[in-house]
Design a protein around this ligand. Structure first.
Ligand code: SF4
Ligand code: FE
Length: 492
């Protein structure tokens, strides 16, 4: 069966958990699957398996793989058309709506697609056999419906120095030994989304490299429980609320994201799992394509989370009796306008996609960068408008425990009430959701990740500068005002 059930996915993690070194709050975590801080992130990932089981979502969530002839999860699939690219964006919006957070599986899908076409072109130039190796590995991933963590961002040490100039060469993950049977790597990948919720890690170089930096030009895949791997769980704003035992103050009752510092301490990788080793001339391609696919992804997932935020603002306006005010209505329209603009960008870079030499489809890289540049701004404005509509009580409201104690519970409820038709608890839950999305755990994914994930704003501006043809635009203007001859008006 190529489509795993969510419970089977969780069972996989449970089977692996004893075998991997995870640290959090200064301690080793023995059973991370049932840890209350971590579990919501597993629930979010499990949703990518659950929806793939449902006939209603089959078309968005699954596709028949040309590699295996079987129906596979879209997260493990190679896009075969512009329509596939569009369906990807729609799938991510759906999952953002269902979870209200980062559901983590997209980095793997984006890495798979980028590696598939880059290895093909690398082999054509260098007569290597990376593409066949990669295909073999991917068929196994598709057959087992495994989750992959696409892994790019290094620790990067002194940002003014390239990998080869760093005082500590481990600042960028690199090959420390080449053996007959494989390579040994050392380094650290930061901010790894969904890392310990994945089955395998697919590593790529952090940036463009030049001759002399071959040891950093490395791509490979390993299972999570490979010896030498160490995982240190990243904390999030308000994370310890999940330890308090209630179910209101967390805001999102079920789901959350996950980011992990991922350390490779002299890790052995056999050759059949190595997909680049020293080809510095293909590092730009792999970085631009992976980043491009992931910048497209944000035009789906962030929009779905934005749908929740808009819904939250609308509900609070209703509960608090201000929904008829024209100023409130206008702010909600603005939130929708910004959110749908992000979606339009995600769809546009997909609709303008093209076939690669390897056969899978690539998004329009310029439009994907425009998409992500907007993502670095609009969610902040949507969040600001949401907070404006919510009023200040979402940051001053007492704890859910204060609503229940005999000493002050009834008074807290009395002074938290709005309309008699709205249960106080409904308002309380919705205010906490606003807090979660704009200041709490989910703000990690919705705001700061919108800024820095898939590359910080300046990275997109560099790409836009590189891809926009300004001379062509200058010539258009020169023709129009008569600086240059204009044959377009020669009607004869
Ligand atoms: Fe997917 Fe969005 Fe999370 Fe990235 S931030 S992994 S695109 S849900
Ligand atoms: Fe991301």
């Amino acid at each position: 069966m190529t489509l795993k059930k969510p419970q089977e996915y969780i069972d996989d993690l449970r089977a692996m958990a004893g075998d991997i070194d995870v640290y959090m709050f200064g301690e080793k975590v023995e059973n991370y699957v049932d840890n209350p801080i971590i579990r919501p992130s597993i629930n979010a990932m499990a949703m990518t398996y659950k929806l793939a089981q449902e006939p209603e979502y089959e078309d968005l969530m699954t596709e028949v793989s040309p590699l295996t002839g079987e129906r596979v999860n879209r997260f493990a699939y190679l896009h075969q058309s512009k329509e596939d690219l569009i369906k990807k964006v729609k799938m991510l919006r759906l999952l953002g709506q269902k979870t209200g957070c980062c559901f983590q599986r997209c980095v793997g899908m984006d890495a798979i697609n980028a590696l598939y076409n880059t290895t093909f072109e690398m082999d054509a130039k260098h007569q290597t056999n990376y593409h066949e190796r990669f295909k073999k590995w991917l068929i196994d991933i598709q057959n087992k419906d495994l989750t992959i963590d696409g892994c790019m961002t290094d620790a990067r040490g002194d940002r003014s120095k390239s990998p080869g100039q760093q005082p500590d060469p481990d600042a960028y993950l690199h090959v420390v030994e080449k053996r007959e049977d494989g390579i040994v790597v050392r380094g650290c990948k930061l901010h790894q989304t969904g890392m310990i919720n994945s089955h395998e890690i697919l590593v790529m170089p952090n940036n463009s490299l030049k001759a002399g930096e071959e040891e950093w030009a490395v791509c490979f895949a390993i299972p999570l429980n490979t010896p030498g791997m160490i995982y240190v769980y990243g904390r999030q704003s308000c994370d310890t609320r999940k330890l308090e035992g209630g179910d209101i103050d967390t805001g999102n009752k079920y789901f959350g994201g996950q980011e992990v510092m991922t350390i490779f301490e002299d890790v052995f990788v056999p050759w059949d799992r190595v997909f680049m080793c020293g080809e510095t001339d293909f590092t730009t391609m792999i970085v631009e394509r992976f980043a491009g696919y992931h910048r497209q992804s944000y035009g789906g997932c962030k929009v779905g989370v934005g749908d929740n935020l808009i819904g939250c603002a609308k509900a609070l306006a209703d509960y608090q009796g201000v929904s008829k005010a024209s100023g409130i209505k206008d702010k909600i329209v603005e939130m929708c306008h910004l959110n749908e603009t992000l979606y339009a960008c995600g769809i546009a870079c997909s609709a303008e996609g093209r076939e690669t030499a390897a056969g899978n489809y690539l998004i329009d890289i310029l439009l994907a960068n425009i998409c992500k540049q907007n993502v670095t701004r609009f969610p902040y404005e949507i969040a600001r408008l949401g907070q404006d509509i919510a009023g200040g009580y979402f940051v001053t409201m007492p704890s859910e425990k204060d609503f229940d104690i005999p000493e002050v519970g009834e008074l807290v409820k009395k002074y938290s009430a709005t309309s008699t038709e709205v249960p106080v608890e409904n308002r309380q839950r919705m205010l906490r959701l606003m807090e979660n999305l704009t200041l709490g755990c989910a703000a990690v994914g919705y705001l700061t990740e919108s800024m820095h994930g898939a590359g910080s704003p300046q990275a997109q501006r560099i790409m836009i500068t590189r891809l926009i043809d300004l001379e062509h635009r200058k010539e258009l203007a020169e023709k129009l005002c008569g600086v240059k001859e204009n044959n377009d008006v020669d009607w004869e």
